[in-house]
Design a binder for this molecule. Structure first.
Ligand code: ASP
Ligand code: MG
Length: 466
């Protein structure tokens, strides 16, 4: 089970989370993975950047605020003084380390990716002992486990990938015996370590990924991602008021949705469990009586083929082109080796056959360094006007129509674009992968909402019974 930031946001949320864990642990073996309290990682990252600029004050202030926040929660969660003391000591160690990290960073005026990982991991290392304490309060044995002991990764700081074989071994050594003794492990999400023991993180929002990595490593019967919404919805309810929860969805559909910004799942979440076909639930920790969404290998077919819509707006369209690139056979290759080197996540690619222009989309945070790297890569070509422009447009959004059964269902694209045309939504770029489970298009940011509402209505997604 994984609990996100809002599910451990304060004492009452942690108490609710602890009850869910305890109930599951009484019924069988349960490993819990927890995020930092909501907002904590953002504050740490922000302060880390300040420290990198030579100012440690914000770091000191954030640590002080976190201390108050966590100690307050601790007070209301754990009644016994001795029990509180031991958790306080665990937290003290984390605060001490945090202080040294901010200080060292400010002193050197340099924030390396490795230090950023260490600083951003502090939140999870504070929340896990709290949750374990809350579970013990309910009469079970429980211990916080630092994921650096169990999730072993490569050394790519800020977006590490698990080494599954070693991870599996470590889980057998560290977690399995705990389960056998009836101890509920509460593992820090988001964090891992290299084989040499250097702390890494799996990327922002990575606790979901931690959960499925552990689920796969331990051959779990199921993974449950507890969050603050009812499951996977047909669209973002803030934009499409009649969006509803989808009861069953396939891995592929869920992955498409996650990839395109449906905030419930980290894009890599399903990767570890796909091969072993471990089902994944998305459920609401604030309303555990609701069923949530079940993600399975096959999903369940929906009549019209379209299952859900998603949109992502914190993205930028980068275009590399000009008439001169016609004769340059390696532009595509060089463009995408550049993005690969940066590990920039390319969300959509579109290229017309005229070869005049390649455009692709990356997240807004990746965009500046991507453009910078491309300008470096193509410096010669720009100088000789073989490549005319490398431009960036941030006022755009991607909207995606997702559904596994769109494959072989003709007319989905036609219906989508017809409906959008009627509403005067202008399309900037279009892409459909040959898997046919996703049709994506780029619109101006301000047209995104209309595009979503229009497509949602067109495919009757708000109606019951799909
Ligand atoms: N705390 C981390 C973050 O905010 C990981 C997570 O919440 O999944 O990115
Ligand atoms: Mg999250």
């Amino acid at each position: 089970m994984k609990f996100g930031g809002t599910s451990v946001g304060d004492a009452s949320c942690i108490a609710r989370t602890a009850r869910i864990i305890a109930e599951a642990a009484r019924g069988g073996n349960c490993v819990a993975v927890v995020s930092a309290m909501s907002g904590v990682t953002n504050r740490l990252v922000e302060a880390a950047k300040q420290a990198g600029a030579g100012e440690k004050e914000q770091g000191t202030a954030v640590l002080a605020a976190l201390r108050t926040q966590h100690e307050e929660a601790l007070k209301s969660l754990v009644r016994d003084e001795a029990a509180r003391k031991s958790i306080e000591e665990e937290m003290d160690e984390v605060f001490g380390e945090g202080g040294r990290l901010f200080e060292g960073t400010a002193l050197l005026r340099e924030l390396t990716p490795r230090t950023l990982d260490a600083i951003s991991s502090l939140g999870e290392r504070l929340s896990a002992p709290l949750v374990a304490g809350a579970v013990r309060e309910l009469g079970l044995q429980s211990e916080a486990v630092d994921a650096t002991e169990v999730i072993i990764t490569d050394a790519f700081h800020g977006g590490a990938e698990p080494l599954m074989d070693v991870t599996r071994e470590e889980c057998e050594v560290r977690l399995r015996p705990m389960l056998e003794k009836g101890i509920v492990p509460i593992v820090t999400g988001f964090i891992g370590a290299t084989t040499e023991g250097k702390l890494t993180t799996l990327g922002r929002g990575g606790s979901d990924y931690s959960a499925t990595i552990l689920g796969a490593a331990m051959n779990a019967d199921e993974v449950i991602i507890w969050t603050d919404v009812d499951g996977v919805l047909t669209a973002d309810p803030r934009l499409v008021p009649d969006a509803r929860t989808i009861p069953v969805i396939s891995y592929r559909e869920a992955a498409e949705l996650a990839f395109f910004g449906a905030k419930v799942l980290h894009p890599k979440t399903l990767k570890p469990v796909m091969q072993a076909a471990i089902p994944v639930w998305i459920r609401n920790s604030f309303a555990p009586e609701r069923q949530g969404t079940l993600i399975t290998p096959a999903g369940r077919s929906a009549g019209g083929g379209v299952k859900a819509l998603t949109a992502i707006q914190d993205v930028a369209l980068i275009s590399v082109g000009g008439p001169g690139i016609v004769g340059l056979p390696d532009v595509v290759g060089r463009t995408f080796s550049t993005t690969a080197e940066l590990r920039a996540n390319v969300l959509l690619i579109s290229k017309s056959s005229s070869q005049n222009d390649i455009c692709f989309i990356v997240s807004a945070t990746d965009a500046p360094r991507t453009v910078e790297a491309l300008r470096k890569e193509f410096a010669q070509d720009l100088a000789h006007e073989k490549v005319e422009h490398i431009t960036i447009d941030s006022n755009i959004a991607i909207v995606a129509v997702v559904g596994e059964n769109m494959r072989g269902t003709p007319g989905v694209a036609g219906r989508t674009f017809n409906a959008l045309g009627r509403e005067n939504v202008n399309l900037i770029a279009i892409a459909q992968g040959s898997s046919e489970s996703n049709i994506s298009f780029v619109v101006e940011e301000k047209a995104m909402k209309t595009a979503l509402i229009t497509a949602h209505r067109e495919f009757g997604l708000g109606a019951a019974g799909t």
